[in-house]
Ligand binder design. Structure first.
Ligand SMILES: [Ca+2]
Length: 366
């Protein structure tokens, strides 16, 4: 049989069309647990829709390499595993260092009373009546004892909320988790590419159709004093409560903000376009080397976060759009601020040689 089978197969192969090989960005086999492959490619970053802010412009072409991304925001269960393995204490669980804090407030600001320097975080407090949306202190309350395990304050807990996104996570906390897990935060460009789910230049992660209460967890009603909860959630929702995007990523719009790696500058895109020239492509951008943040003018450093939260409403903050940008100093935690991680193929090789839990977790970012 053999003597005629081989020539027959050779002949057959010679006349059959050659099947196309896998594209260069094909997913590698078996994604890491809980992650999905984002194939990389070129896209138009930024937005010019009616709700877009100046810092989302100009739109410009960006190319990113492929990577894996957590399919969901990091959950309370996942963060608890990290804390139990390492003994890590988040910034919200540590006393406030006045010497650090005074670098971020106007010169001459008096030292707050000791009670204000105890561990705590900023908790959303819904006003009983309409308030102006210019002064966020009308709905954010410094709350001693608020942290990831007590998100509404010391008398609250995360019992029954294992699959909720962890919140009250400062940037430095997110970096510590990433290092332990052998992952990192996404760059702002990676985050936006992934959020678009394969769609090009659409206003929302699902297309150009306007937001409705079935799409994602945001705020319905008059922010910040009236929430009709048409989407079913006043605060964070369990991950995967809403339809995923085209890449299988849940909650890339709304639910909780997600830290990115980049330093924030409102004019970052204009600067990148100047570097590559009109029509040029920015490749794997990692953001500016120095931050400027008009919302936090005294903070020496401000980091980008993306995706909006359950407090987003078109009357105040339509940041559930994939091009929307926001930023916060890296030591600040908030009740609507969490994160998700990415991993590159090169990082996976390192991870496979260093099992989870063997990576050291420095208390702050470098
Ligand atoms: Ca909601």
């Amino acid at each position: 049989m053999l003597h005629w089978t081989i020539p027959y197969l050779s002949l057959l192969c010679a006349v059959l069309p050659v099947p196309p090989g896998p594209p260069a960005t094909a997913p590698l086999p078996t994604p890491p647990a809980g992650m999905v492959w984002i194939p990389g490619g070129e896209f138009v970053m930024g937005g010019t829709d009616p709700l877009a802010r100046p810092d989302e412009q100009p739109k410009h072409r960006v190319r990113v390499d492929g990577f894996w991304m957590d399919a969901t925001e990091v959950t309370n269960t996942q963060f608890r595993t990290f804390v139990e393995a390492t003994g890590y204490k988040t910034i919200a669980e540590r006393p406030v260092d006045w010497n650090e804090l005074k670098k971020q407030v106007p010169e001459g600001t008096p030292r707050p009373p000791d009670a204000m320097l105890q561990p705590g975080s900023l908790v959303f407090t819904q006003p009983a009546q309409p308030v102006g949306t210019e002064d966020f202190s009308a709905w954010w309350t410094w709350t001693n004892g608020a942290n990831w395990a007590h998100p509404g304050g010391p008398d609250t807990s995360i019992d029954g909320k294992d699959d909720h996104p962890v919140v009250h996570i400062a940037f430095d906390d997110a970096v510590a988790y990433c290092r332990w897990a052998g992952k990192r935060l996404p760059t702002e460009a990676e985050w936006e590419f992934a959020a678009r789910g394969g769609l090009q230049e659409k206003i929302n992660i699902w297309g150009d159709e306007p937001i409705d209460s079935k799409r994602c967890n945001t705020w319905q009603g008059q922010f910040p004093f009236q929430n009709t909860m048409a989407d079913g959630f006043a605060r964070a929702a369990p991950v995967k409560s809403f339809p995923p995007n085209g890449y299988g990523l849940s909650d890339m719009a709304g639910n909780v903000w997600e830290w990115c790696m980049d330093l924030y500058r409102p004019e970052a895109y204009a600067e990148q376009v100047r570097e590559v020239g009109a029509g040029g492509v920015v490749v794997n951008p990692t953001g500016p080397t120095k931050s400027v943040d008009p919302r936090n003018p005294d903070a020496p450093v401000s980091r980008v976060h993306r995706g909006g939260s359950y407090l987003c409403n078109d009357s105040y903050c339509a940041s559930y759009r994939p091009s929307a940008r926001m930023a916060t100093p890296p030591d600040t935690a908030l009740q609507h601020l969490g994160f998700r991680c990415v991993m590159t193929p090169a990082m996976r090789k390192v991870r496979e040689s260093k099992p989870i839990g063997t990576v050291t977790t420095p208390p702050t970012s470098e």
